[in-house]
Design a protein around this ligand. Structure first.
Ligand SMILES: Nc1nc2c(ncn2[C@@H]2O[C@H](COP(=O)(O)OP(=O)(O)OP(=O)(O)O)[C@@H](O)[C@H]2O)c(=O)[nH]1
Ligand SMILES: [Mg+2]
Length: 450
């Protein structure tokens, strides 16, 4: 059994060189029990959410032994589960030899301490967000991604790593990091508050600078005048597979949650010649806490800078509709809810026919949507046709006669219009081009045919 340190060493101020991005494919010895409290009538939702928590745990390299759930009007303020249930959990930890308990809801630092006390001090307690951050630490590859993870861990995980779980005594940048404690949290106990605050400020500054660099890149892309299409959706829906299929982008696409943490943009040319920019983005997930969204804002914001959204859903997943709503809510939160959208239902090859027909009604309710298999390419041609008509919505094909003195307008058409044809004559340049409203505004005095 090996442990893989995935995150930052606080003292070296960066990722450990030799184990960067090493996936932990083996069982790393984290024997976990999953816990949730749910209200009346929420049993099914709680079970689905725990299934997802188990997938998250597997992605982080841990193993779920069993689940402890309790229906309560509201969680116990101190230990979330009631007294009897906590005793049951302690006995289960002992009989199953569990060394970790993961709660599906957000825990406060004092709840973690109290639950660890109740469990005898040898079991580490973490929550869903800490687990998600751990996966982010495993999967972050770019400088910005790593800084965002470190910042989120310092703000969220480190105050919570106050417990007595055994692993806590072995911290400090060694390769013994455990799930939920990998990354900067490992050194938290050894540094004082002042240094933590200084580090947070330094990280925020670095992230700010990188966001500015990202904005410059974005501005360069904007100057290309190409329509920007964002591929968004719940994690594991098949976003990267779709971008790979369309553009041979060679992005890692895996049956894992949060395989993609960084955005990738590629040019895509439709058969008739129109070019667009396609961007793969980080996946969304249910119960992504606000402070996490904040740390990853500039990554998540990519969606907000798109002109059109391709919303990818995994139709082979029984939770497809719920996850689509989470996606739409997250887009609203990011201020991208009103953008033109094409709903792409992926994995038709593996879909249950019932799900297919239930979502087909979605297709008739006024939304632009299509059904595809991004891995085989089935339905993708129809999808690109629909996308092209969205791209061209609001655009018109015009003929204009530009005087020879208006060379700048000819250049503008070449850089910002589609399918441009020109013919030079004694009176000027006759141009036929597909233009959007903005370009149309600049050439409208010379338009001779629409
Ligand atoms: N059966 C089937 N599997 C697919 C299809 N498209 C993608 N997959 C699989 O679904 C899994 C997730 O695909 P990704 O492309 O990594 O998904 P993603 O949306 O980029 O996921 P994250 O980056 O983790 O948010 C991979 O194992 C893909 O091979 C499809 O059309 N059919
Ligand atoms: Mg991906």
């Amino acid at each position: 059994m090996t442990h893989v340190l995935s995150g930052f060493s606080f003292f070296s101020g960066g990722f450990m060189e030799d184990n960067r991005m090493t996936e932990n494919k083996e069982d790393n010895g984290y024997r976990s029990i999953l816990c949730a409290v749910y209200g009346q009538g929420e049993e099914e939702d709680a079970a689905a959410s725990l299934d997802e928590l188990e997938s998250l745990l597997n992605t982080a390299g841990g193993e779920a032994l069993s689940r402890v759930t309790q229906m309560r009007d509201k969680p116990d303020g101190k230990t979330v589960l009631g007294k009897g249930k906590i005793e049951e959990l302690a006995a289960l930890c002992e009989s199953e030899k569990a060394n970790m308990v993961i709660f599906d809801s957000e825990l406060t630092p004092s709840q973690i301490r109290d639950i660890e006390d109740e469990l005898g001090g040898d079991v580490q307690v973490i929550d869903r967000s800490m687990l998600i951050l751990d996966i982010f630490a495993l999967h972050a590859t770019t400088a910005e991604g790593r800084l965002q993870v470190e910042l989120a861990q310092l703000n969220y995980t480190s105050p919570r790593l106050v417990g007595k779980g055994k692993s806590m005594s072995r911290l400090g940048g060694s390769a013994s990091g455990s799930i939920g404690s990998r990354g900067p949290g490992e050194t938290k106990l050894e540094i004082d508050r002042r240094r933590t605050r200084a580090r947070i400020a330094a990280l925020e500054e670095k992230i700010e600078k990188l966001s500015a660099a990202r904005a410059t890149q974005r501005a360069a892309r904007d100057r290309s005048g190409l329509c920007r299409v964002g591929i968004v959706g719940y994690t594991n829906a098949g976003k990267s597979t779709l971008l790979n299929y369309l553009t041979s982008a060679d992005i890692l696409a895996e049956n894992k949650l949060f395989a993609t943490l960084d955005t990738t943009t590629r040019r895509y040319t439709f058969r008739e010649g129109t070019e667009i920019l396609l961007t793969d983005t980080v996946g969304f997930i249910n119960k992504l806490p606000h402070h996490l969204v904040k740390a990853f804002k500039s990554t998540l914001d990519e969606a907000a800078y798109s002109d059109i959204l391709l919303i990818v859903s995994d139709i082979s997943d029984p939770e497809c509709e719920k996850k689509l709503h989470v996606t739409l809510d997250t887009l609203d939160e990011l201020g991208a809810g009103l953008k033109p959208k094409l709903f792409v239902f992926n994995k038709v090859d593996a879909a249950d026919p019932e799900m297919l027909s239930s979502l087909s009604s979605f297709a008739t309710s006024g939304y632009e949507c299509c059904f595809i298999s991004a891995s085989s390419g089935k339905g993708v041609d129809l999808m690109t046709e629909k996308l092209l008509s969205l791209v061209n919505k609001g655009k018109r094909r015009v003929t204009c006669l530009l005087p020879l003195s208006e060379g700048a307008l000819v250049n503008l058409l070449y850089s910002e219009a589609d399918s441009v044809e020109t013919e030079y004559g004694p009176e000027g340049v006759t141009c036929v081009a597909t233009v959007d409203d903005r370009v149309y505004g600049k050439i409208k005095n010379y338009v001779i045919e629409e």
